[in-house]
Design a protein around this ligand. Structure first.
Ligand SMILES: Nc1nc2c(c(=O)[nH]1)N(C=O)[C@@H](CNc1ccc(C(=O)N[C@@H](CCC(=O)O)C(=O)O)cc1)CN2
Ligand SMILES: Nc1ncnc2c1ncn2[C@@H]1O[C@H](COP(=O)(O)OP(=O)(O)OP(=O)(O)O)[C@@H](O)[C@H]1O
Length: 194
């Protein structure tokens, strides 16, 4: 196993060991931090994810965002490319179908261009305080948002969401890594200096 795979295995195991109560507190902490954040409040179209494999849940955040009338979207594996994501509308009464990783995806024709999103909350496996992100290893988010590396666009803003136990000293950096502007954990808000 290479060092990235070893790191993934270790951190995935740590986050899966969090108790349901720790998970609940963490997800509530996340929404409480976003509530008072201007970037969040100004965002109309927001991509979230359905927590899997011990990831920090954005379910309480989704409830709050729907109450506010925000438009929420979830990642769906792009059947055409096989290696990138498209985003589909997520509503409280959405129907779902599991993808090949058994993660539920909304069944709807309502999609949004990745470029049209204001804010993307990304799941991650490990992060460092320089904004380094290690994902599940598919390169799905990296490919989908590679345009943010090539162009200097104001939106979408990319935020990583994690448990504090997912912080590591340094994530191995790759040329294709997309720049996160913040990483938000149950304990802290990491602003990334670029
Ligand atoms: N909640 C969530 N949704 C997401 C992602 C994510 O990281 N988290 N993704 C971010 O890219 C995409 C899916 N990427 C994934 C990549 C690998 C595995 C995974 O569990 N791999 C297994 C082996 C799976 C198999 O081949 O059957 C493993 O490594 O153990 C899951 C999701 C889109 N949706
Ligand atoms: N912009 C890109 N263009 C082409 N290939 C890419 C790009 N980004 C990532 N890849 C490929 O995807 C594979 C997985 O990358 P990596 O291990 O960095 O994924 P990850 O960040 O863990 O996953 P994810 O983005 O899905 O959370 C690598 O083999 C890499 O070559």
């Amino acid at each position: 196993m290479n060092s990235k795979d070893q790191l993934r295995k270790h951190i995935r195991s740590l986050r899966r060991q969090l108790t349901p109560y720790q998970q609940q507190l963490a997800s509530e902490s996340l929404v409480n931090q976003l509530r008072v954040n201007d970037v969040y409040q100004q965002s109309e179209s927001i991509a979230l994810y359905l927590a899997n494999d011990g990831e920090i849940s954005v379910q309480p955040l989704a409830q709050y965002a729907w109450q506010q009338g925000k438009k929420l979207y979830l990642p769906v594996l792009n059947a055409e490319t096989g290696v990138s994501l498209i985003f589909k509308r997520w509503l409280p009464d959405s129907e779902f179908e599991p993808n090949r990783f058994k993660i539920p995806e909304p069944v709807t024709d309502e999609t949004i261009e990745a470029r049209a999103l204001d804010l993307v909350c990304l799941p991650l496996v490990a992060f460092d305080n320089q904004g380094g992100r290690l994902g599940m290893g598919g390169g799905f988010y990296d490919r989908t948002f590679s345009f943010t590396l090539a162009e200097s666009c104001a939106t979408p803003i990319l935020w990583g969401m994690a448990h504090e136990c997912q912080e590591v000293e340094a994530v191995p950096k790759e040329d294709w890594d997309i720049p996160l502007s913040s990483i938000i954990t149950d304990q802290r808000w990491y602003e990334v200096k670029n």
